[in-house]
Design a protein around this ligand. Sequence first.
Ligand SMILES: [Zn+2]
Length: 382
Amino acid sequence: MNELLFLLLPLAFYSGWKASGKNLTFGSTEKRQLPDNFVKGVNYLLNEEPDKALDLFLNRPEIDEYTAETYLLLGNLFRNRGEVDRALSVHQNLIGRASLNRDQKTTTMLALGKDFLAAGMMDRAEQVFTELLQGENKTEDAREALRTIYEQTQEWSKAISVTEASKPQSAGNLSALIANYYCELADASLITGHIQHANEMLNMARESYADSIRIEVIAARIHALQEEYQHSSLLFLSVAQKAPRLLGIIYQPLIESYQQVGKLDQLQDELFDIYIKYSDVKVLEYTLRLAIQTGPSENILQQLPKLMESKQLNIRSICQAVNLYCKLEDPESTKILPLIQSALTNHLSSQPGFQCRHCGYKMHDFLWRCPACNYWDEVTNV
Ligand SMILES: [Zn+2]
């Protein structure tokens, strides 16, 4: 893709030059010089000699508003190819030119900031984008770039300020983003033991976006830290009910809170209800893990054989089920063999049986030609 873009550069150079009103007649010496340089530069680029092309472009004494566009593009192409030093050379050379109009100056500044960002020079990038914010053009681009910087440097307060300023212009939901930044600050406060500050940050997050599930996770953790286990157990369960995907990160504190209020034996049935509601096998996995830990409930013992026979479980949950049955030490434990057989057969029926050796693409049916990489004779059994 980058190569293609690179080949488009001469075209941009040519059209810019054309648009400048000059033509390709060979009347005067001055007029002949431009196409010569152009052809030379293009040749260098095509021959993968970017430094020579760069010299040619950078040492050109005059740049008008049309050739400036080409310079900008050239710099961006270098950056896209990962050649940040060359991109910086081009854009820095360009920004020093007096012939740029105001809009071009702004666009070049933006490009320069992106070069610094790509080079990992965060301070310089921040300086450029902050300077841009003082102008009138491209302020949204500059804000977005600054947000990226502050996310990388984890300067959440600055990220909040710059995002708040974008709110009136933005069509997207920046409130949820700002709530995440406040949650980051709350998390950081919890690590250093500043619970009051964590609560303050959480309130700010609520003001920004009350529906954030992350706020509930942190609130539950704060209640647990303050040994208010009744609250924390309810909140952790609520998180699992609303967002089963988060069960992995709250599983341990959830168990601890339930243990503290003496309700651990009812938790596996509550988790099992969540599994039934969402059919999320990860939830079943955690439910069975708890059942192994505390002994299975009547409900689990009754439902599990049906699940193993009828549902498509993943290998981990099948493994947990087997572990559970093994732990029961049922003298008739051989009865579970047909259950394991059913569960594994169900699982395998959902798995692709073939894979491309070249690109790794998996498929259910054998094909002579891989539909992902188009290679022939590479498909094999998994
Ligand atoms: Zn392939």
